[in-house]
Design a protein around this ligand. Structure first.
Ligand code: AMP
Length: 598
């Protein structure tokens, strides 16, 4: 094949002309990060400068960063809520964006218990697709031959809703998979999935998963990479196989399709894929019927070269389990993105998870960085720290990401804390440190301290009639179960031992906590099956004092000691688990419907 090698990429040798073009684009953007950023801001301000929002700050036509920064405030979602609500209610005037808002993207970050609504515009789809199109050209530099087989990716759409005025509200990937861009994508030998689009686009998570797994099994020899967006999603697929392999093997053996798969378009497309294959069914039965599931991924899909899943941030908790099922296959974290904006990619996708750094692509939006010192509380609002430009962040320092987007967010705090690890050309590279204020997370849920406290308060009301109360509590994301689940350790003060709360009441307490948590958590429990029933472990009296003694023995100050609201340190977990007197699980799924509560 004729490759434009006149300009070999410093990143490596591209395998085809399409890749060469993508790598050149990365070079061009990262070499000129500063000027690309100035251009992006100027473009955004020239089109959105006359919106109602920006007019408030009297930019007077200026499109330069100095004027922008001196006049436009840094904001959070709550600051923009009135504007967002007006758009949701049908006000079509140019409030945040001069381009019409095409839909809302529902973030997994919540505000007052509901998903945040991010306005987006049509052309953002192009920008997202552009970032997607850079991933394989980089991967092809490190893993040869990916055009010789397929990717088994577990990809899903989620329920969508409409706002009062009829604008669609759905997660960003649902928006992408349902777009013509995805559905009519040209054939690309480096990006062939085993999953038919009909299965990816089926909103019923059982049918979707069943077919994706079935196709993955049928095409097992040709699978070169296995993935999902997040690590939790891939583990859910393995769990699905554990629970459903018999039925899957029966279908493969007879060439018939499970009657629980009712979606007509799926049934139709499976007619061409599903043929009786008793030999394969026997193989699957042999591999799946045993007790040993370690290395199952490589046994069933022996040609897998890597797992393509995000294991940075909260997902790092799944690395040991993924290693167990895959026999330690490389874990590739390819991109960093959000509903607000797609940010960037990992230029060394085969590096160890602990070394993953994402390079923010300067063309995706205008980026600023709020210095974040993990050891000191934020400065007072009177003297806010100066925000730093993309091309001027310092290696070794942490920052909170602030974005300005074409869709109309201006100086918006995403809430992610990033550490600068180095530069690629003039574009900095970042390690994802954490999302601010997240205490517990199993899948895409993000539960903060206040939400958990509210759950405990509500559950405590059930204890009142027993003259009992919660003295202290802490929590833990237990990912040893699939799906993972929240565990709350609590110590009770029971004044009347003869009338202590029954098992049933304590089980009910679990459900009350769940009912109090945000809608992303409840959706994970109800619709996605990505989070297991919440557990309360009652610990012996005096346990939290022991915990304090332990912390003090390790240098904590007695005066300042507060029980941590979330724990993950093994010795502390061992201490708590050693004092458990009873365990209780939520007896039912909490309430969740796709519609928003407000
Ligand atoms: P959402 O808006 O629901 O798509 O969630 C976006 C958030 O997910 C980001 O702001 C991050 O907190 C997190 N996230 C996305 N990509 C990554 C990644 N590669 N590593 C760690 N966290 C990520």
């Amino acid at each position: 094949m004729a490759i434009d090698s006149a300009l070999p990429s410093p990143l490596g040798t591209p395998v085809c002309e399409k890749d060469a073009k993508a790598l050149r684009f990365i070079e061009e953007m990262t070499r000129n990060a500063d000027s690309v950023q100035e251009r992006v801001l100027a473009e955004i301000l020239s089109r959105n400068g006359e919106t109602e929002y920006l007019r408030r700050f009297n930019l007077d036509g200026a499109t330069d960063s100095d004027t922008f920064k001196s006049k436009v405030p840094v904001v959070t979602y709550e600051d923009l809520q009135p504007e967002i609500q007006r758009i949701a209610n049908g006000d079509r005037s140019a409030i945040l964006s001069s381009h019409p808002v095409s839909e809302f993207l529902t973030s997994s970050g919540t505000s007052a218990g509901e998903r945040k609504l991010m306005p987006t515009i049509h052309e953002e789809l192009d920008r997202r697709q552009l970032l997607f199109s850079l991933l394989m050209p980089v991967m092809n530099l490190y893993v040869p031959g990916l055009d010789k087989g397929k990717g088994l990716y577990f990809l899903f759409v989620k329920a969508e809703t409409k706002t009062a005025s009829g604008l669609l509200a759905r997660p960003v990937l649902t928006s992408y998979y349902k777009s013509e861009k995805f559905k009519t994508r040209p054939y690309d030998p480096f990006n062939v999935y085993t999953s038919p689009d009909e299965a990816i686009l089926c909103v019923d998570s059982f049918q979707s998963m069943y077919i994706q797994m079935l196709c993955g099994l049928i095409m097992r020899e040709g699978v070169l990479r296995v993935g999902a967006v997040f690590a939790s999603g891939l583990l859910r697929a393995i769990r699905f196989l554990q629970l459903n392999w018999k039925q899957l093997a029966d279908d493969i053996s007879a060439g018939t399709l499970n009657p629980n798969v009712t979606d007509p378009s799926i049934r139709k497309c499976m007619e061409n894929i599903l043929k009786p294959n008793p030999e394969l069914a026997e193989f699957i039965t042999k591999e799946c019927s045993g007790e040993k599931w370690d290395g199952i991924i490589t046994r069933i899909w022996p040609n897998t070269k890597y797992l393509d899943v995000i294991v940075t941030g909260a997902m790092a908790q799944y690395i040991p389990t993924l290693d167990h099922y895959s026999g330690g296959l490389p874990l590739a974290c390819t991109m960093y993105a959000s509903s607000e904006c797609f940010f960037g990619l990992n230029m060394k996708p085969m590096c160890k998870p602990s070394e993953v750094s994402y390079t923010i692509m300067p063309n995706m939006g205008y980026f600023e960085f709020l210095p974040h010192d993990p050891n000191y509380p934020p400065l007072s609002p009177e003297s806010p720290p100066r925000l730093v430009d993309l091309a001027h962040v310092q290696v070794g320092k942490q920052y909170e990401l602030v974005v300005t987007t074409y869709a109309g967010l201006n100086r918006y705090r995403i809430g992610d804390i990033l550490l600068v690890t180095g530069y690629y050309n003039s574009a900095p590279q970042f390690r994802f440190v954490k999302r601010k204020n997240v205490l517990l997370s199993i899948d895409s849920d993000k539960t903060d301290e206040a939400e958990l406290q509210k759950g405990i308060d509500n559950a405590s009301l059930l204890l009142k009639e027993f003259n009992a109360s919660v003295i202290e509590y802490t929590s833990y994301a237990d990912t040893t179960t699939i799906p993972g689940h929240y565990v709350i350790f609590w110590e009770l003060l029971v004044k009347d031992a003869a009338n202590s709360p029954s098992d049933e009441v304590l089980n009910q307490c679990c459900l009350v906590v769940e009912e109090s948590l945000n809608s992303v958590y409840r959706q994970g429990r109800v619709a996605d099956n990505s989070i297991g029933p919440l557990e309360i472990r009652v610990v012996k009296n005096g346990t939290f004092e022991e915990l304090m003694d332990y912390a003090i023995s390790r240098g904590a100050s007695i005066n300042q000691y507060k029980a941590p609201r979330c724990v993950s340190f093994t010795p502390i977990l061992e201490l708590l688990n050693g004092r458990v007197v009873s365990k209780h699980f939520s007896p039912a799924a909490p309430h969740w419907v796709p519609e928003r509560r407000r």
